[in-house]
Design a protein around this ligand. Structure first.
Ligand code: C2E
Ligand code: MG
Ligand code: MG
Length: 625
């Protein structure tokens, strides 16, 4: 503006002054008229220019204002401006939508007109904070939107000042972060929890356990860490499917949680592994509490029409005596759990230092096992199977033995699982098969004619080459496949794994017979049992042990015999140790018996001495006595 006036007056001066200087007296009045005219023209020009300039400026201002408001509207956030009197002068449409304001209400509102008293108080406090800091502040707040939903807003407040640095108001920029916060919380939850059961996972367990240990140290208390592992859970998964397995895990988690205090920790750290940390507990009551939990787990489950029971084993480590850190307690509780499992499952075991020594032993056992195989130190013993009423055994089971120079006789219960985990079972299993067949042939040459020899086979051994390998050995030894019976576990037979089924069918076609060992301890389904070419069920010795005095065992054995009969299968009762057991089994119609009552497993030589035609009468006489 100023420059325009200056330009016009400058032009006027430049035009008028030279004219005035050269004007004579007589030209005066005429010249004055011309000067006025020129001045008027310039003035008019100036006014026109001024108007034009003003219009342009107004237009630019309008455009700028429109641009700014379009920008504010285009923001996905809530934008508001509140002046220093606490009156809102601006809400963008997101803001008015969020708070349910009409177009008229977009100015002139106060906090009290929009929010409840508690929120107003909070807003006032946060406003004051931003004003005093004279810089941007950030807060989060749960506010109710116009639809009545609670929304988490992230709010930035920017205090505004005029040229004289006097406070004039606050600009608000608020964003809905409900979803992103939920996603973040979900991620955090997933990182710390087991999705199947909702229990905390291994990461969180470490955190919580370390914290609990700190607290107990401060209060001079103890904490008991309990590792719980379901017994034979794999069998359930294999035979009834993973869905049932998952449901079972959920129910177990629920039973554990509902039998613990809120202050106790309960985690799932792997497939069927649960960890519990009991705080404020007296040391002498830990095992009792733990056994109560195992009893709760052992109660029957009704899952999608299946009625199942599952047992669990537990290992216990107590701080401070068994460790002060989460790591050492977990290591020791795990070692105690392994011992509980080795002790026959369904029990708890409290850690002792001896276990750590045992773990070292386990390592050296593995080294010895390799040396023993290389040094051909394994032996086989043979256990007869008798048809009830017969004088001589008709079948025999081969059992591996490991006479160790310093350890004495190592039980297969101890080294077979080790051979399985180390993969050595493949070579060892083939050695057992070949040696058993050779022994059987040797007996035949001696005149000891047996119907069959049964060889135990580990699940691990059944791979895609199993049938071919067995066939090759039989062909090489000229061994009639009908003389061979392979004993496999129930879970393997029921697993439904196509490869297992193919290998079993292939061998069955050759004439090899299959029996299910330790029957009754797994989870067989009748339909699967029918579909597998199994000929023999060997009732597990745990049912035979008390068949003559426990109603439950009696009923189980009776049911197995009835089922086997309906499927046309032979039943062998193993672990028969006394006459009452034999009598009961005979009465139930069990055809085949095996156990210490009829002799211990013996070497091949002793076997032929004992059961060859001359010796058998002797044996039979002894039995009759
Ligand atoms: P299994 O196949 O069920 O063998 C029966 C086990 O019960 C044998 O123990 C046998 O000695 C024992 N036993 C037999 N009659 C009686 C009895 O009247 N009372 C008692 N208390 N026990 C009796 P062993 O030889 O210690 O074998 C244990 C397990 O080790 C076997 O159970 C089998 O699963 C496994 N095993 C043994 N030899 C082999 C093998 O060559 N290969 C594989 N893969 N596993 C084997
Ligand atoms: Mg067996
Ligand atoms: Mg058995």
């Amino acid at each position: 503006m100023k420059w325009l006036l200056r330009a016009v007056s400058g032009c006027l001066a430049l035009t008028v002054l030279p004219l005035a200087a050269h004007t004579s007296a007589e030209q005066g009045p005429e010249m004055i008229g011309s000067l006025i005219e020129i001045s008027l023209v310039f003035l008019l020009l100036a006014l026109l220019l001024l108007r034009h300039y003003r219009r342009r400026k107004e237009k630019a201002l309008t455009e700028q204002t429109q641009l700014l408001s379009a920008m504010i509207e285009s923001l996905p956030d809530i934008v508001a401006y509140k002046d220093k009197e606490g009156v809102y002068q601006l809400f963008n449409s997101h803001a008015s939508q969020f708070f349910g304001l009409t177009a008229r209400e977009r100015t002139g509102r106060r906090d009290e007109d929009i929010f409840d008293p508690v929120t107003c108080k909070l807003i006032r406090h946060q406003d004051r904070d931003a004003r005093q800091r004279r810089s941007q502040t950030r807060h989060e707040a749960w506010l109710e939107n116009a639809e009545g939903n609670k929304v988490l807003l992230e709010c930035y407040r920017q205090p505004m000042f005029d040229a004289a640095h006097t406070y004039i108001g606050l600009v608000f920029l608020c964003r809905d972060i409900t979803q992103s916060r939920q996603q973040q919380e979900n991620l955090e939850y997933l990182a710390r929890h087991d999705t199947l059961t909702g229990l905390i996972n291994r990461n969180m367990l470490h955190e919580q356990l370390n914290f609990a240990l700190q607290m107990t140290r401060r209060n001079n208390e103890c904490i008991a860490l309990v590792f719980i592992d379901l017994d034979r859970f794999k069998d359930i998964n294999d035979s009834l499917g993973h869905n049932i397995g998952d449901l079972l895990l959920r129910d177990v988690a629920h039973r554990l949680k509902s039998n613990l205090r809120d202050s106790d920790i309960c985690a799932r750290i792997g497939g069927d592994e649960f960890v519990i940390a009991l705080s404020q507990v007296e040391e002498e009551h830990v095992q009792e509490k733990c056994d109560q939990l195992l009893q709760k787990i052992a109660q029957p489950y009704h899952l999608q029409g299946h009625l199942l029971t599952v047992c669990a084993s537990a290992g216990i480590a107590i701080s401070p005596q068994h460790g002060n850190s989460a790591e050492s307690l977990m290591l020791h509780a795990d070692a105690a759990l392994n011992r509980a499992k080795a002790q026959g499952r369904n029990c708890s075991y409290v850690y002792s230092e001896k276990l750590t020594i045992n773990q070292h032993n386990q390592l050296s056992l593995e080294q010895d096992l390799r040396k023993a195989y290389a040094g051909n130190e394994f032996q086989l013993v043979f256990h007869p199977q008798w048809r009830t009423g017969n004088a001589r055994p008709e079948r025999v089971e081969a059992l591996i033995r490991w006479p160790h120079k310093t350890r004495g006789m190592v039980s297969p219960h101890e080294f077979i699982p080790l051979a399985e985990t180390t993969g050595m079972i493949m070579e060892l299993g083939l050695w057992v098969l070949r040696t058993s067949c050779l022994q059987f042939l040797h007996w035949r040459e001696e005149g000891l004619m047996l119907e069959k020899i049964a060889v135990n086979v580990s699940a691990m051994q059944i791979n895609s080459r199993f049938a071919d390998t067995v066939e090759n050995i039989l062909r090489e030894l000229n061994f009639d496949p009908h003389w061979l019976e392979l004993e496999v576990t129930e879970s393997l037979m029921m697993s439904g794994i196509t490869e297992v089924s193919q290998q079993v069918h292939k061998l069955r076609e050759l004439g090899v017979e299959f029996s299910i060992d330790d029957f009754g301890t797994g989870y067989s389904s009748l339909s699967k049992l029918k579909s597998m070419p199994v000929s023999v069920l060997k009732i597990d010795q745990s049912f035979v042990r008390n068949v003559h005095k426990e109603a439950n065992d009696y009923e189980i054995v009776r049911a197995i015999i009835a089922m086997a009969r309906s499927l046309g299968l032979t039943v062998v009762a193993e672990g028969v140790e006394n006459q009452e057991q034999e009598d009961t089994l005979r009465n139930l119609g069990c055809e085949w018996l095996q156990g210490y009552l009829y002799g211990n497993p013996v070497s091949g030589e002793d076997f032929s001495r004992e059961y060859s035609a001359d010796g058998s009468e002797q044996t039979n006489v002894n039995r009759a006595e």
